[in-house]
Design a protein around this ligand. Structure first.
Ligand SMILES: Cc1cc2nc3c(=O)[nH]c(=O)nc-3n(C[C@H](O)[C@H](O)[C@H](O)COP(=O)(O)OP(=O)(O)OC[C@H]3O[C@@H](n4cnc5c(N)ncnc54)[C@H](O)[C@@H]3O)c2cc1C
Length: 404
């Protein structure tokens, strides 16, 4: 990649997967890059995320394959368990050619972020300003750039501002409008955190249990001593939950009360976890991720929620496409952003597909539905039904080619 102009200066809001990946490609292309991340330091946590198809190609084109390799979680597949931990259905990685719920390349979100950060710092070459504990508070733009005010740092002008600040993007709010215009509530909340691996858990398997109102699971980690707890709660949206850690944990306590299997182990681990993540499940649709010299990538511009299993893959693809377009534009930043908006659209749309169906399919509402779901899963995952399920997953995630 060659630089557009040596003086181009780009600001990225958010040092998640999208922000770090974009910054890496920009500094590699010789572009001055500033990132502001509101968290005080790198944010750990998150489950294994999938890299399939185009996102795996992007990781390879970014030269990350080798760096990712030691962090790959080799999951054997997904198994469904009952209240006593007995398995009643399995989706093995091999039987579904890495195209089922468990992908061929899985890496914990926190590990992928750490890999990107390391590569970024190594490539920085004096072009990077990575600031934690700060955020944009005001933006005003004209035809040639964007004036930005920060909470802490001095105001500055940039050629382009990129909102990579996630589902609740404040860049989007400041420039494109309120979140409610772009958000569709998908009927529940998700939580993830690290826990000690229970002794009786089947090594390498992502085990999951359905109960009325809550689906919860335990997923292998890179370190066999730890695992990731995941919960999906089917409840009405409650804006008061946002930022209220005590209320979030109380909700989970109530949801897992008497839920059998490892519900109590998960609850015991929840309070000790230093990477507790909780958020509502929403889809984000921004019709055009570009407004003048401000552009949205990753979840800020488009998201199908963690239920899509595609958030990280789509973020990586978007970041790479934007960096490629800026490099190829050779100083024509407006043209580059317009090309990016066209190129990213099919990937953004594809990334919103909910592979296993929506929350109605993933989290039963009543005891009867839970029993029916368990029975249907048993049948769906039986050997004769595998080709059908494989086809379902293949259609859900189209293997889109990367644009030239
Ligand atoms: C801690 C954590 C754990 C996650 N775990 C999972 C998981 O287990 N499974 C799953 O499917 N998805 C998970 N996600 C979401 C997943 O990372 C994204 O869907 C995907 O990687 C796209 O990434 P993104 O960079 O667009 O957004 P994100 O990963 O959400 O990153 C956005 C970044 O922007 C920062 N930020 C937010 N607001 C501001 C602001 N105003 N100014 C500056 N910075 C800001 C955030 O702190 C964050 O670091 C998690 C996200 C986080 C932050």
């Amino acid at each position: 990649m060659t630089s557009s102009t040596p003086t181009t200066h780009i600001l990225i809001s958010g040092a998640g997967i999208a922000g770090l990946a974009l910054a890496l490609q920009l500094v590699r292309g010789g572009i001055r890059t500033t990132i502001v991340e509101q968290a005080a330091g790198p944010r750990p946590g998150g489950q294994a995320v999938d890299l399939r198809g185009a996102s795996r190609d992007v990781a390879a084109r970014m030269g990350l394959t080798e760096a990712i390799e030691p962090y790959r979680v080799h999951e054997k597949g997904l198994s469904y368990v009952d209240g006593r931990g007995r398995v009643f259905g399995r989706m093995s990685m091999e039987a579904f050619d890495g195209k089922g719920a468990v992908a061929e390349v899985e890496i914990a979100r926190g590990d992928l972020a750490a890999v990107l950060r390391r590569e970024l710092v190594a490539a920085a070459d004096g072009l990077l300003d990575l600031r934690y504990g700060d955020r944009i508070i005001a933006v005003s733009q004209d035809e040639s750039g964007v004036d930005v005010r920060f909470e802490h740092a001095d105001a500055a002008r940039f050629d382009v501002v990129v909102g990579a600040d996630g589902v609740h993007s404040s860049t989007r709010r400041l420039v494109f409008g309120g979140e409610e215009q772009f958000r569709t509530y998908l009927g529940g909340y998700a939580a993830f955190f690290t826990m000690p691996t229970p002794d009786d858990i089947e090594e390498g398997w992502f085990s999951m249990r359905f109960t009325p109102g809550t689906t919860f699971g335990i997923r292998p980690d890179l370190d066999p001593a730890t695992a990731k707890a995941m919960l999906t709660l089917r409840i009405d949206r409650d804006p008061a939950l946002r930022g209220d850690l005590a209320a979030q944990k109380e909700l989970i306590r109530r949801a897992l009360h008497g839920a059998g299997w490892h519900a109590d182990t998960i609850l015991a681990a929840m309070d000790a976890a230093d990477d507790f993540y909780f958020d509502e499940l929403v889809r984000i649709d921004v019709p055009n991720p570009v407004s003048g010299r401000v552009v949205l990538i990753g979840d800020a511009g488009s998201s199908g929620s963690p239920m899509s299993g595609m958030g990280t893959a789509t973020a990586l693809i978007g970041a790479w496409l934007l960096a490629e377009r800026i490099a190829a534009g050779r100083g024509d930043l407006d043209g580059a952003l317009a090309r990016f908006a066209e190129d990213v659209a099919p990937f953004a749309e594809n990334g919103k597909t909910l592979m296993g169906g929506g929350i109605e399919r993933m989290v039963p509402e009543t005891r009867l539905q839970a029993a029916l779901l368990r029975a249907s899963m048993g049948v769906m995952l039986s050997r004769p039904m595998r080709p059908l399920v494989r086809r379902m997953f293949a259609t859900a995630q189209a293997d889109l080619p990367l644009p030239e």
